[in-house]
Design a protein around this ligand. Structure first.
Ligand SMILES: *Cc1c(COP(=O)(O)O)cnc(C)c1O
Length: 438
């Protein structure tokens, strides 16, 4: 099991899920769980959505797969058109692969080869502390979440890292009120010193997700873009988690009114149905790769299942749903409700920070609100709270000391109330148990 201690798995065997419906999943005994993390942020329109399911079924009656070289299928063609219509005009060249990590590998390889084809020698990348771009080796070299990456940074490779835009614990000691994106001075320093060697800057726009939903201001994102422009470094926006509506904009980069040179999409691309990702590049990057037999102008990269028709059919349906349901505009009122509900958790001393954007939100658990000291590791607070919640029928698997919510877009106001009510009860019970155990 990924990210799972074996002994935990023995103590709490995995729950066998039999079916899903909307924001709920049901185990074999019929117990219902609300999927408040959208099955690792993929499930945007709910489980077992008839429109997406039927699209896959219809495709299944035609063909399951054919290699995407010399051949292509209708859904793969259609998806490129549908994506093209919602992507920024500058980003129209699409390369499919299988998941978020591979979309990042593709982006990195394209950036390296782009400079090689232009006769340059840029070989490095810059990214951010707290960044997460996937678990393959290339993607890990640009990620910096110590618990996931340090071992492999020591033994394999790491790239350059600027500060994390972590407002609750600002790395340069600024406050939200006076912030002028000073944390990105660290990026400027790196670009100034090594810019000529750097192929691209890769970042998660607006929210560093896996490290614990660190939401940061649009002015920080704007500064990343302007610095990269100034030092002529390509921008790779890893929109794998936050793209396609999650942050209240179709793409999170829109918060800074900016378009990257390369964009990665995955998680919600198929509405959480099948693995599929896309790496999208600008025309000027694509142009370098136009070539004939015998030249180096070819992208020698591919995965066996690239452009799989079932996955692309699911993605076509999911993109149609985005448009039919007028996402992101239609999420405005539900995300207000979401924000109000989340704010109520400030009443707890153990809640140090609350942050949200669109339909992504989180609370950071601390031992002491004043000093912001993290909880004792042995207390395993967030884990215990989430286990309690699970008993009560709510899935809120935490990230370190952070409890977060990434519900499907179709969640109702009543279901939001219920999600926070159960979370509240789980926190209360966990705290009470601790007090009686002292
Ligand atoms: C999840 C994630 C990835 C990796 O995607 P996988 O499909 O798990 O390989 C990459 N980047 C970001 C920002 C992610 O959240």
């Amino acid at each position: 099991m990924p990210f799972t201690y074996y002994n935990d798995q023995i103590e709490n065997p995995p729950i066998v899920i039999e079916r899903g419906e909307g924001i709920y999943i049901f185990d074999k005994r019929g117990k219902r769980y609300m999927d408040a993390v959208g099955s690792w942020w993929t499930c945007t329109f709910g489980h077992n959505h008839p429109y997406i399911s039927n699209a896959i079924r219809a495709q299944l009656d035609k063909i399951e797969h054919v290699m995407m070289a010399g051949f292509i299928t209708e859904p793969a063609l259609l998806l490129s058109q549908l994506l093209g219509a919602i992507l920024p005009p500058k980003l129209q060249r699409i390369f499919y692969s299988d998941d978020g990590s591979t979309s990042v590998e593709v982006a990195m390889k394209i950036a390296l080869q782009y400079y090689a084809l232009r006769g340059g020698s840029r070989t490095e990348f810059v990214s951010f502390d707290g960044g997460y771009h996937g678990d393959t080796l290339g993607a890990m070299s640009v990620g910096n979440v110590p618990s996931y990456h340090s071992l492999f940074h020591e033994r394999f490779k790491k790239q350059l890292f600027a500060h994390s835009p972590y407002c609750y614990r600002c790395p340069v000691g600024c406050s939200k009120e006076s912030c002028n994106a000073e944390c990105m001075d660290s990026l400027e320093l790196i670009l100034k010193e090594k810019g000529e060697n750097i192929a691209a800057c890769i970042f998660e726009p607006m929210i560093q997700g896996a490290v614990g939903m660190r939401v940061y201001p649009a002015k920080v994102l704007s500064r990343i873009f302007s610095l990269c422009k100034k030092y002529e470094v390509l921008t790779i926006a890893d929109e794998v988690a936050m793209g396609l509506g999650r942050t209240g904009k179709l793409f999170a980069c829109e918060h800074a009114d900016a378009t990257p040179d390369i964009m990665c999409l995955a998680k919600g691309l198929t509405g959480g149905y099948l693995p599929l990702s896309a790496t999208i590049v600008s025309e000027s990057i694509f142009t370098e790769f136009k070539g004939s037999y015998g030249s180096d102008r070819i992208f020698n990269h591919g995965h066996t299942f690239t452009g799989n028709p079932l996955a692309t059919a699911a993605a076509c349906a999911a993109i149609n749903l985005l448009q039919i349901s007028n996402i992101p505009e239609s999420l405005n009122s539900i995300s207000q409700k979401f924000a109000q509900g989340l704010e109520l958790f400030r009443q707890y001393d153990i809640v140090g920070d609350i942050r949200m954007l669109g339909l992504a939100g989180a609370m950071e658990i601390v031992k002491d609100r004043k000093t912001k000291a993290p909880p004792d590791q042995s207390s395993r607070l967030t884990w215990k709270i989430s286990q309690k919640a699970l008993e009560m029928g709510l899935v809120i698997r935490p990230l370190g000391n952070v409890l977060y919510f990434m519900p499907p877009f179709i969640i109702s106001e009543e279901q939001i109330d219920n999600m926070f009510l159960i979370t509240n009860n789980a926190i209360k019970e966990t705290i009470n148990e601790r007090l009686t155990n002292l």
